[in-house]
Each structure stands twice: as structure tokens, then as C-alpha cells.
Design a protein around this ligand. Structure first.
Ligand code: FES
Ligand code: MG
Length: 595
């Protein structure tokens, strides 16, 4: 709230409403006395210096972001040197792998908490400490709602993992370990050792999972200093950029450069293109749509397809490729990707403003890749069309498909018409949630073979509160032993960004609220046409209508549906208020609050 001539307030900074408000000296006294009790002086609090929040997302419970506890010292030094005063405070922890039942449940909770903190305390600008998957979108969403100057600081990925001379990546190594274990090639001790080898240092997942994706997109949106997303957590450049970020946020307050000035429609379109070029996670559409909604920008899965589908894959990083976080950074990180996109005429808006006050084009143009194996030239991509398709049909209104992981083997096994390379067909085997999948996947009665499509329902924002990352279904052990390592999956849940199987994800509306997947039965045939962007169950409309009536009947008589009981108050609240994945899984009443 800088000086506001219209309302005639005489304060220039928002924090002065608390600490130096000549219109209300009585309350000022009350506010300053407590903030002086640990050593701040009245002179400091009333000096007109910007008070800068450091939204601390690291903790012992949040190991991916824990290094922010160390980095915050350098942020503070930057803030102080630029003339600001740092106020560090905790944000609700979100840890992807440790949080039960699912970390996604906490994205909106952390968002709410941060909105209240930023709104209710004397903070002029904020450093968002991002990292693990949902810690990035939750904080950007809050910054969007409150719209005070904000800049994001990535904690950076872990160093590369190694095992017996081979790179081991976060998440991706788990799929391999599972397969080796299922095929009896390793025991549990080696399983643990193999998986742990992928996490050799502080930092977030070193693969192109949701963490690297969302930090890269925060940078592409303009909300970070250039190069900030990819610097590994332990590198000296990481602490250096923490310091520079602290300095810069003070200037941003003085310039009154706010999230809504940076995260414009143009910035989102740039981010969608960058997401394709880096082979980003299928969770990205959910989170970007959510951030956009909180800014009042209509972003849809159709936008994702229209803007992002035809963009080439430039980054060779697991799970789509071979390399890991250190390699991405050494090759030039996000600026090198953006430079390639600019050179190829593929970045839609090089003139978009970023946190350092310059445009993304000014920041990145010419910062070419240092390693052409890791980041390819725009005209020698790994894959021509790396973005998502937005599929529709009688099973759902919208679902995301990452076509970059469709293998030749898949194309061969599921081809529907010999003359049409884009039409696939398979027999559905349906599971009601994760537990059902684990209980029955090896049941021979399901007759799962190499032309089966595995379907998971009951895993959306309402069915599995927050939307579970469980549509990564492994084939049964019998198929793994035959060398069939992947089957296509369809689900109303999400998939880990580190998974590599061809899947149709984030289906909306979900089965729990009566979406088409609720009508599907094991044995039905599903046809996917990539050309028409359709996915349909090949069951006559009359039969589907009859199934719909039967389902409505069950639900009307208190049948179980697909919504298990909530375990906590927040699960119940979120279930009542949340939108579907294609609308960002945001809280319905929250999106109208801006500034
Ligand atoms: Fe936290 Fe991957 S689990 S970054
Ligand atoms: Mg994940």
C-alpha cells in the first residue's frame, strides 16, 4: 500500500501503517513495542525501510526445501544491504513424498496460510522460498492473490545421484528399482541403497519432476532472477543468487513491481512453451491454471495444447531423457532453453517483464547452451512435438496426455487401424483407487495383457482429497517378467512428474462427482484418437445412459460412490470447496480475492 493520494493516507509503505503511522500513533506504539523486543530499534522500524518477508518453506519436515534455512542468511544480507529489514516466517510445510495421504492436499492450505500472513502483517515485499513440487505453486498463488512485490528463490536441485557409475535420478530410479525387485533381480537391501543413491545432497528432486518443472516455470514466468531455477542447492552460485534475490526484492518494493505486473497472460504463454521444451511435468497445467485463476487470467487446457503442443523438446533430462539437474544447470539452465526458443522464433513473448525489471528476452537472448547433448539447438530437437494434448470424449471433458513418452512398442501394441498411426485401442481394467490397484493388480482373473489399458478412478481432487499422484500403475509381475515394463494408464488422478509411461491424466470431471470414468467397467474397450483428440469407451450411448441411471440410483440411496470418509477437518473443507483439475484445483471462493 504505497502512498495513496486518493485515500489521503500519509504513509508510503504498507508496513508504515503498522510501525510509523502519523494518523494513528496510539496503535503504532502497540505495534512497535513487540517488534522491538528481540532487538530491532525504533529507528529501524520507523526509518521508511521496506520490511521484507522471507516466506520460509524449509524445515526438518520438508527436506527438499530444508536448505532454505541456510540460504535465508544470504537473503537477509542482501535485503539489509539494499536497505530493507528482513522478517522471516514459516509457511505450512509441504513435502511430496512424506505427506500422507498426499502432499497435493496441502497446496491450497499453504496458499491460504500465506495469504493471511502476507495480508495481515507489516510486509512490504516477500521472498518466496520455492522447491519441492507444491511449495512453488502455493506461494505463487498467494503472491498472486495479495499482489505485493514478490520474488521467488528456488532452493535448487540435489546433486546428481550415482550408483555403480550410472546416474540415478529422483523418482526415476524408483521405477527401475521396482521393476528389478519384481523380476527378483535385487533384494530389499539393494533396493533401499539404489533408491537412496539418487538423493546425495540437500535440494529437490534432480530429475525433471514437478519440482524442477515448477521452479523452471516460475523463472519462465519472470518471478525469479535469471538462472535461479536450476543451480544445484549446494553450489556457491545458489547462495550467491539468494543474496542477489534479497537485494532485488527491496528494489522491487521501491519500484512497486508486483506479481500482476509480471505474471501476465504473455508470461503464462511463455511458461507453457518452456514447459514443452524442458519436458515438464503433467502437474504443470494444474498449477499454472491455478496461479492464473488467482490473477483473474483465464488459462485452459486448450491453451496448453494450442500454445505448447507443437513446441520441440530441447532438454535431455530424465524421465524423458538421460541427464539430471547438475547437467541442466551446467548446460545453461532455463536461460539457455529460452535463448534457443527465442532463436527459433518459438518464444511467444520475449518482451514480457521479469523480476529484475528487464524483459525475458533481454535476460536470455544469446545465452546459448554450453552442452549441446543436454540442451539441444532449437533446430535439432530431441522430439518435434513435446507438449500436451487435451483429450475429450465420453469418459471426461478434459484430460492431459504427454505424447513425448509414447514409445514405438506402445504404438505397435495398441494400434487400432493399420492405416491410422494415431488411433489406439485397448481393453480397460478398472481400479477404484490406489488400494484397490495394489490389492488386485496381480489377480490372474483380470487377464491383464500387453494390450490392456489400466484405469484408475477415485483419485481426483474430491475422491482422494487433493488429487493423488497414483495414476502411475505398473503392470502385473507376470508382464514385468516378460519384459513389458509399461502399460498405458488413464485416470482422474495425477501422475508423478518423474514417471515415463504413456498416460492420460488429470481427467475432469472425476468419477467421484459423476464423471464418465464412473461408468467404465473392466472389459470395456477404450479408443484413443490422437488426431481428433478423443478418448472414448466403445459402449453404445443407451448402455452408458443405463449405467448412469444405475449409478445415480446407488448414489441416491446413500451408496458409497467413490468418496471415502474424510480423515481431517481440512480434507472435508477442501472437498467441499475445490474445483476440478482442469480448473486448477483451486478453492472456489478464493479466486475472487485480488489485491
Ligand atoms: Fe520434494 Fe521431489 S519430493 S522435490
Ligand atoms: Mg511428485
Amino acid at each position: 500500500m504505497p502512498y495513496d493520494a486518493k485515500h489521503g493516507t500519509s504513509v508510503k509503505l504498507r508496513s508504515q501503517l503498522w510501525f510509523d503511522n502519523p494518523d494513528d500513533p496510539d496503535m503504532t506504539a502497540l505495534y512497535i513495542e513487540r517488534y522491538m523486543n528481540w532487538g530491532l530499534t525504533r529507528e529501524e522500524l520507523q526509518s521508511g525501510r521496506p520490511l521484507i518477508g522471507i516466506a520460509q518453506s524449509g524445515s526438518d519436515l520438508a527436506p527438499c526445501n530444508r536448505h532454505h534455512l541456510v540460504l535465508a542468511e544470504r537473503v537477509r544480507e542482501g535485503i539489509r544491504e539494499a536497505g530493507g529489514i528482513a522478517f522471516e516466517f514459516p509457511v505450512h510445510p509441504i513435502q511430496e513424498t512424506g505427506r500422507r495421504p498426499t502432499a497435493a492436499l496441502d497446496r491450497n492450505l499453504a496458499y491460504l496460510g500465506l495469504v493471511e500472513t502476507l495480508f495481515g502483517y507489516p510486509i512490504d515485499g516477500v521472498v518466496l522460498t520455492t522447491g519441492c513440487d507444491k511449495t512453488t505453486p502455493s506461494q505463487l498463488m498467494a503472491a498472486a492473490t495479495v499482489n505485493i512485490p514478490a520474488i521467488a528463490l528456488s532452493v535448487g536441485p540435489m546433486l546428481n545421484g550415482w550408483y555403480r557409475g550410472v546416474r540415478t535420478g529422483s523418482g526415476t530410479i524408483k521405477w527401475l528399482a521396482k521393476k528389478l525387485k519384481a523380476a527378483d533381480e535385487i533384494g530389499w537391501a539393494e533396493y533401499y541403497e539404489l533408491v537412496a543413491s539418487s538423493a546425495p545432497s540437500p535440494g529437490f528432486c534432480n530429475t525433471m519432476g514437478t519440482a524442477t518443472t515448477m521452479n523452471s516455470l516460475a523463472e519462465a514466468l519472470g518471478m525469479m532472477l535469471p538462472g535461479c531455477a536450476a543451480i544445484p542447492a549446494p553450489h556457491k552460485e545458489r547462495a550467491q543468487i539468494a543474496y542477489l534475490t534479497g537485494r532485488r526484492i527491496v528494489e522491487m518494493v521501491r519500484e512497486d513491481l508486483k506479481p500482476a505486473d509480471i505474471m501476465t497472460r504473455a508470461a503464462f504463454e511463455n511458461a507453457i512453451v518452456v514447459n514443452s521444451a524442458i519436458g515438464g511435468s503433467t502437474n504443470a497445467p494444474i498449477h499454472l491454471v491455478a496461479i492464473a485463476r488467482h490473477l483473474g487470467i483465464e488459462l485452459t487446457n486448450d491453451d496448453w495444447e494450442r500454445i505448447g503442443h507443437a513446441v520441440p523438446l530441447l532438454l535431455d533430462m530424465q524421465p524423458a531423457g538421460r541427464f539430471l539437474g547438475e547437467d541442466f544447470h551446467r548446460a545453461g539452465g532455463v536461460p539457455a532453453i529460452v535463448a534457443e526458443l527465442i532463436e527459433g522464433g518459438l518464444l511467444p513473448h520475449p518482451g514480457a517483464t521479469t523480476a529484475n525489471g528487464r524483459t525475458i528476452g533481454e535476460n536470455c537472448a544469446g545465452r546459448r547452451s554450453w552442452d549441446r547433448e543436454v540442451i539441444r539447438a532449437h533446430d535439432e530437437p530431441i522430439l518435434a512435438e513435446a507438449g500436451f494434448l487435451n483429450l475429450k470424449g465420453n469418459l471426461f471433458g478434459s484430460a492431459i496426455m504427454k505424447t513425448s513418452v509414447i514409445s514405438a512398442a506402445f504404438r505397435e501394441r495398441y494400434l487400432s487401424d493399420p492405416g491410422d498411426p494415431d488411433a489406439f485401442e485397448g481393453r480397460a481394467v478398472v481400479f477404484d483407487g490406489r488400494e484397490d490397484y495394489h490389492a488386485r493388480i496381480n489377480d490372474p482373473e483380470l487377464a491383464i495383457d500387453e494390450r490392456t489399458i489400466l484405469v484408475m478412478r477415485g483419485a481426483g481432487p474430491v475422491g482422494y482429497p487433493g488429487g493423488a499422484e497414483v495414476v502411475n500403475m505398473q503392470p502385473p509381475d507376470a508382464l514385468l517378467k516378460k519384459g513389458i515394463m509399461e502399460l498405458p494408464c488413464i485416470g482422474d488422478g495425477r501422475q508423478s512428474g518423474t514417471s515415463g509411461s504413456p498416460s492420460i491424466l488429470n481427467a475432469a470431471p472425476e468419477a467421484a462427482i459423476g464423471g464418465g470414468l464412473a461408468l467404465l467397467r473392466t472389459g470395456d474397450r477404450i479408443r484413443i484418437d490422437l488426431k481428433t483428440r478423443e478418448a472414448n469407451v466403445l459402449v453404445p450411448d443407451e448402455e452408458l445412459a443405463a449405467r448412469r441411471r444405475a449409478l445415480d440410483e446407488t448414489l441416491a440411496h446413500g451408496g458409497p460412490g467413490y468418496v471415502p470418509p474424510s480423515q481431517t477437518p481440512w480434507q472435508e473443507i477442501q472437498r467441499q470447496l475445490v474445483t476440478q483439475f482442469d480448473e486448477g484445483m483451486v478453492l472456489k471462493p478464493a479466486v475472487k480475492y485480488r489485491d
